[in-house]
Design a protein around this ligand. Structure first.
Ligand code: ARG
Length: 456
């Protein structure tokens, strides 16, 4: 078996060790990035006087053929292809002959893998951001289509104050806006090229690293070759951004699960986004939302796993770092299904304004009643106490507070007057909250406009 590093070994690698050591099973998906990096390196070696242009062109030609083979599925793995780097180089050399052996001059798989992975992560950030934007768009569409629908708002899962559906739903837009921004920051933290660091001490050939960075679309080059090959902050950043995104989606999913329960029935998840039970014929289960909630756990696991892998490593490259890619690929793959499923589920989500209205009980207006007294000159603390007594009076008589007579109210405070009925309306409560960011209809319209201009 021919190995790229076989020269000093007198025995074959044990089969078990080969299996243990190989990463080709998962890092083959870096082939495009590996080939892009190798093409840039071949050109860099021309600049350094290591390769002639003709030699570089033969190598590049071979690399492009390998790219086609892998993308078309005709690429055949050979014994000794332990990772994407060895596989691509081995096949390219088979195709172009001994000149292929010159490509690895002055570089190492250590700077190569870090370069590939950074290139991949940069592209991955852009893909995740596009999918986040798609969910944000779905939220805006739904909020606009159901603008003035009142529903109870909750704190501690208890009835609190009325809000509108659009305001409630838009509260999930802004976390996603922060997520998109966070992924853009990850892309920035990725944006330094380690190629030229070689194994860890820096390449001994006068390759122009800035030109390499330009060719590969990086903003700059890493400033320390030891750090350059061992820095995986960008992978951790990616996983953290993914964890937080997953957490936001999980909270939205949980809320939709709750609202779709028979007890609430505020929303109906579309048949296309639900699944059934194998035994209970009547059931329609919110599996898509449950998986979204469940997968947020694995996104967090990927983050903590990689941090734990890295935390005790001595200087520069250690094979432990090969463990960096699977969690990142896993988080990426999951996000790229979670996000479009959420977008589709939202676009098809039906709401039940009648069920929401049925829950708009007068207790939700208690704060507005306190505000009424404040407007009559009572300090808020006192008003809070007085309204507590009003609620108590309702409970004593076993009637909603809206059914208390003006006489009942006046017994509690003389400030109550005929106009108190105006304070007792959901519409009034909503309209009173047109402060920027509030649930008032005008404020929500402005909020949606802000959201739209952010997406543009
Ligand atoms: N497959 C390896 C990885 O993913 C590539 C780097 C190998 N470097 C080494 N010195 N063995 O990390």
């Amino acid at each position: 078996m021919s190995k790229l590093w076989g020269g000093r070994f007198s025995k074959q690698t044990a089969d078990l060790v080969r299996k243990f050591n190989d990463s080709i099973g998962f890092d083959i998906r870096l082939y495009n990035e590996d080939i892009d990096g190798s093409i840039a390196w071949a050109n860099g070696l021309v600049g350094a006087g290591v390769l002639t242009s003709d030699e570089a062109n033969q190598i590049i030609d071979g690399l492009e053929k390998v790219r086609v083979e892998i993308s078309e599925g005709s690429f055949e793995l050979a014994a000794g292809d332990e990772d994407v780097h060895t596989a691509v180089e081995r096949r390219m050399t088979e195709l172009v002959g001994p000149v292929g052996g010159k490509l690895h001059t002055g570089r190492s798989r250590n700077d190569q893998v870090s370069t590939d992975f950074r290139l991949w992560t940069k592209r991955a950030c852009a893909a995740v951001i596009a999918e986040i934007n798609n969910v944000q768009q779905a939220i805006i569409e739904h909020a606009e289509a159901h603008h003035d629908i009142p529903m109870p708002g909750y704190t501690h899962l208890q009835h609190a104050q009325p809000v509108t559906w659009s305001h409630w739903l838009m509260s999930y837009f802004w976390p996603l806006a922060r997520d998109a921004k966070r992924f853009a920051q990850v892309a920035e933290s990725v944006d330094e090229l380690p190629l030229g660091s070689a194994a860890f001490a820096g390449t001994a050939f006068p390759v122009d690293r800035e030109a390499l960075a330009d060719a590969l679309g990086f903003a700059g080059v890493t400033q320390n070759s030891l750090d350059g090959v061992s820095n995986r902050d960008f992978a951790v950043d990616f996983l953290y951004a993914g964890t937080l995104l997953g957490m936001h989606l999980s909270r939205l999913a949980e809320q939709i699960i709750l609202f779709s329960s028979t007890e609430f029935s505020f929303v109906v998840i579309d048949d296309a986004y639900s699944t059934g039970s194998s035994i209970m014929p009547q059931k329609k289960n919110p599996d898509t939302m449950e998986l979204t909630r469940g997968k947020s756990g694995r996104l967090l696991g990927n983050l903590t796993g990689l941090l734990a892998t890295i935390k005790g490593l001595p200087s520069t490259y250690d094979k432990d770092l090969q463990e960096d890619k699977e969690p990142v690929f896993d988080s990426y793959d999951n996000l790229l299904i979670i996000l479009p499923v959420m977008a589709g589920a939202l676009r098809t989500l039906k709401i039940r304004p009648d069920k929401m209205a049925a829950q708009l009980e007068p207790g939700l207006l208690a704060t507005d009643l306190a505000d009424y007294l404040v407007k009559k000159g009572m300090p808020f603390r006192e008003a809070h106490h007085v309204i507590g007594q009003v609620v108590q009076a309702g409970e004593d008589k076993n009637i909603p507070i809206t059914d208390l007579t003006l006489h009942d109210l006046k017994e509690i405070s003389v400030l109550f007057d005929d106009d108190v009925l105006d304070a007792f309306s959901v519409e009034g409560a909503l309209k009173a909250r047109n402060v920027a960011g509030g649930t008032g209809p005008t404020a929500v319209r402005q909020q949606i406009e802000q959201a739209k201009s952010l997406l543009d």
